[in-house]
Design a protein around this ligand. Structure first.
Ligand code: 0A1
Ligand code: ZN
Length: 849
């Protein structure tokens, strides 16, 4: 068994570092295959431990020389690092190593992307640059000298000196190695400035390769907005004179918060109206904010060890969600976040990859940058804020920043701050960090003598390694409506902590209609089966926008499920309710666009599985298609007006107002395409001057089987723009008929511009394959085989992205015997590879277990 050869790390085994670092000086002599890295590090014994083992992490390094206090030494080298005899007193370590950035296809450590040098050190990439205690609780100020012929040479902090072929940088803020960054290349900056509220003038640069300068304005503005927001809302100011952002084409994740030198996947920062969609703009704004906010939640206060990852990620996601709510529409943002949470995190929590928000073991930490750590981690913060109230939340955060600035912290430190500031006992609440799985929340209600009672029962099913679950603290926001549609009890918080608990509401004249879990106040699954009449009532009358949307969604889901399980025809009551909602001009277009969308096919599969039905992907696909066609026909008379009324006549702006209209018009267009064979879509395609409309027209044309010409035109127009072509690649897979998906993927991956070394391109095609429920789970098994073929190929180059993408298989136990057997065979084929990476071996091993 492969998994036996990889070491497992445990939270319980934490030991403080034997030595701390006073300062670090690094010199880089750049060369594609033989970069030399010289390090000079002042170590001091850690007074908090008597351990004096001197161990430095190091992987794939060629050691040229090592010295302690000026004396050449011969350390003991292993695959993971080195050990040496070191004094029980302060000493100086000097080393020289050689590395090969050009052949580094894993995109971790120092690597090359399009002729440019860049780094990715989180989580454990610094050990591929030099020997170092590569753990987040060792923090130090860094001085860096870069020698290279590239015109732009960047590192963290402030520039201190430069000349032809070299530059020096100093970062005064102690930081762990995972926040180190270096960039060298032919880059152009778009420059801006920001004055902090205490008067520091900060220069802001967004660096791109020549030719991309027209795609930087939006990102720069998003950065300025984020800096201002963090001052206004959290009282956090920026702490250097310079803030650099660099766009890189080859990047495994979205972006990285390196101190003073954020590095971004170009897809997460570059945008112009012609090349980026409204959704891209919103995502970019959120990611820029996220990375910027890490300067305080992550960098100034970092994690003691990687088990505490949610300390920085959950909080920073929560903060970027707040920012987007403030910049755009709070209710639309909440709905989108919950859609994402359910699609990714609930899926994770319900399968073999389920793990707590603070995991207790791992083999490869890169496998834990998950929806659970990020999104559920943010939900936990949201619940805490709701429980203690806004005032106490911000008071606690002030204490957190003050008490822990410059420290590497734990979840215990975080909760202690809340206990100290609010006097609350959070020991039960803490279970949200240690217990995996999504709680089911069952509800019963009764009405007697003017008193309405809601009785909740919570239940969390076993997850891998956790057979028994304890009750959690669940904040349940509830409102009550009278049958005439008025709200009789405004939003009230029911704080549930027992396994079963009742809450009463007095003084009512008649039995109310409950609106439960308003704003989605906890990441749980509400199992209550309301009648469709009640859902239609809430869709029409609920004052809570989230629950209003939720009622419509529950209706749609119910209709689809009955079409699949009972062969029902599309329900006309649902179609009537949808029509009324869509035509209600008092509702925000963005909200209506969300409400008109069907639940995803994966969501339906998940729901069927949870209710004990084996999902048939083809049946789900067909039912969705039938319901869409019926919707188009039922709404036929209002669609032209809806489309016309939501055209934007002003110049394109990626703001909430305009993008809401384009989203609703786009939804109308895709329904219209089912009725007119794509005529309207072709007209929009021909007239489009922005990517949002060009892409929504193209996808409507593909829906109507009328996209051949537009696909060719799109390719001719955008063949030289990588990011736009990623959309072209993925759309063809997403829109393919289930029987054709494998052929489409095979055709696309045979093209010379399918470069599997580029994670964006790989995800555009292979990620879309995994996301096409009926195509991936095609009864022929071709989807599984293709996925496994590509994962095996990519693993040899880029383990991190391979491992992430192997989660396409994590729902395999939902499906029938035949499919399970076919998937198992593919997973075992992957597992049997002689040279499988630790990353992929851990993931596939967990999925198979
Ligand atoms: N900390 C970054 C995301 C990130 C995580 C891991 C990476 O490599 C393993 C790269 C980036 C963030 O939260 O944005
Ligand atoms: Zn983050």
């Amino acid at each position: 068994m492969k998994d036996a050869v990889h070491q497992t790390f445990y939270l319980a085994d934490y030991q403080p570092p034997a030595y701390l670092i006073e300062d670090v000086t690094l010199t880089f002599r750049l060369s594609p295959r033989a970069t030399r890295v010289l390090s000079r590090i002042h170590f001091v014994p850690n007074p908090d431990t008597s351990d004096r083992t001197f161990f430095l992490h190091g992987e794939q390094l060629t050691l040229i020389s090592a010295k302690i206090d000026g004396h050449e030494i011969t350390p003991t080298l292993t695959d993971t690092g080195l050990t040496a005899e070191a004094p029980d007193a302060p000493f100086t370590w000097e080393a020289e190593v050689e590395i090969s950035p050009e052949t580094n296809t894993a995109l971790e450590g120092l690597y090359m992307s399009n002729g440019m040098y860049c780094t990715q050190c989180e989580a454990e990439g610094f050990r591929k640059i030099t020997y170092y205690p590569d753990r987040p609780d060792v923090m130090a100020p860094f001085s860096v000298r870069i020698e290279g012929e590239q015109p732009i040479l960047l590192s963290n902090g402030n520039p201190t000196a430069s000349g032809k072929g070299w530059a020096e940088w100093h970062d005064p803020w102690p930081k762990p190695a995972y926040l180190f960054a270096l960039v060298a290349g032919d880059l152009r900056a778009t420059t801006g400035s920001f004055t902090t509220r205490s008067g520091r003038d900060v220069t802001l640069n967004l660096w791109v390769r020549p030719g991309d300068e027209d795609k930087t304005a939006f990102g720069l503005q998003a950065l300025i907005d984020s800096m201002k927001w963090d001052e206004d809302v959290y009282g956090r100011e920026y702490d250097l004179d310079l803030f650099n952002i660099v766009a890189v084409s080859d990047f495994n994740m979205g972006a990285m918060e390196n101190k003073g030198l954020n590095i971004f996947n170009s897809s997460a920062v570059l945008a112009s109206p012609e090349t980026a969609t409204d959704a891209n703009f919103e995502r970019i704004e959120g990611i820029i904010a996220h990375e910027y906010f890490h300067n305080w939640t992550g960098n100034r206060i970092t994690c003691r060890d990687w088990f505490q990852l949610c300390l920085k990620e959950g909080l920073t996601v929560f903060r970027d969600q707040q920012f987007t709510s403030d910049m755009r529409s709070a209710s639309v943002k909440r709905i989108s976040d919950v859609l994402m949470l359910r699609a990714r995190q609930f899926r994770e929590d319900a399968g073999p990859l389920a793990h707590p928000v603070r995991p207790e073991q791992f083999q490869e930490i890169n496998n834990f940058y998950t929806a659970t750590i990020y999104e559920k981690g943010a939900e936990v913060i949201g619940m805490l804020k709701r429980l203690v109230g806004d005032r106490d939340y911000y008071r606690a955060l002030d204490v957190y920043f003050q008490r822990h600035d410059g420290h590497a912290c734990t979840i215990e430190d975080w909760l202690q701050v809340f206990e100290d500031t609010t006097g609350r006992d959070l020991s039960q609440f803490k279970r949200w960090y240690s217990q995996a799985g999504t709680p089911l929340l069952h509800v019963e209600d009764s009405f007697e003598d003017g008193t309405y009672t809601l009785t909740f029962r919570q239940e969390t099913r076993p997850t891998p390694g956790q057979p028994d679950k304890a009750p959690l603290v669940i904040p349940i926001a509830v409102g009550l409506l009278s049958p005439d549609g008025t709200e009789v009890v405004p939003t009230t918080l029911c704080e549930m902590s027992a396994a079963t608990q009742s809450f009463t509401f007095d003084g009512l004249t008649e039995k109310p209609i409950p609106s439960i879990l308003r704003e989605f106040s906890a990441p749980v699954i509400l199992t209550r089966q309301a009648s469709n009449a009640e859902r239609a009532f809430l869709l029409a009358h609920d004052t809570d926008p989230f629950n209003k949307w939720e009622a419509g969604r529950a209706l749609a889901k119910d209709v689809l499920i009955h079409m699949i399980t009972d062969g029902n025809a599309p329900d006309s009551a649902y179609l009537d309710a949808l029509k009324a909602m869509v035509s209600d001009e008092s509702l925000d277009p963005a909200f209506r666009a969300l409400a008109i969308a069907l639940p995803s096919q994966d969501d339906i599969a998940q729901t069927l599985h949870a209710s004990g039905v084996v999902p048939d992907p083809m049946a789900i696909h067909n039912a969705s298609k039938t319901l869409r066609q019926a919707t188009a026909e039922h709404l036929a008379d209002i669609l032209p007006d809806l489309y016309a009324a939501n055209q934007v006549h002003e110049a394109y702006q990626p703001n909430a107002d305009q993008s809401g209209k384009r989203a609703l018009a786009g939804a109308a267009l895709s329904l219209i395409a089912r009725l007119d064979g794509g005529k309207q879509a072709q007209a929009q395609y021909d007239a489009a001057d922005n990517m949002t409309q060009q892409l929504s027209a193209l996808s409507a044309l593909l829906l109507a089987d009328a996209g051949t010409d537009a696909l060719a035109a799109f390719e001719a127009q955008w063949k030289d723009d990588r990011l736009v072509m990623d959309k072209w690649f993925s759309l063809q897979v997403m829109m393919a008929k289930p029987d054709d998906v494998a052929d489409v993927v095979t055709r696309l991956t045979a093209r010379p511009d399918f470069d599997m070394r580029n994670p964006n391109r790989f995800r555009a095609v292979i990620g879309a394959l995994g996301g096409h429920l009926a195509g991936f789970h095609h009864p022929s098994g071709k989807g599984y085989e293709l996925m496994a073929d590509w994962l095996i190929k990519l693993d040899a180059l880029n383990p991190q992205t391979t491992a992430r993408m192997s989660s396409a298989f994590d729902t395999w136990k939902r499906f029938d015997e035949d499919r399970q057997q076919m998937i198992r065979a593919q997973l075992e084929r992957i597992m049997a590879r002689e040279t499988l990476s630790r990353d992929t071996s851990e993931m596939v091993g967990r999925i198979l277990a």
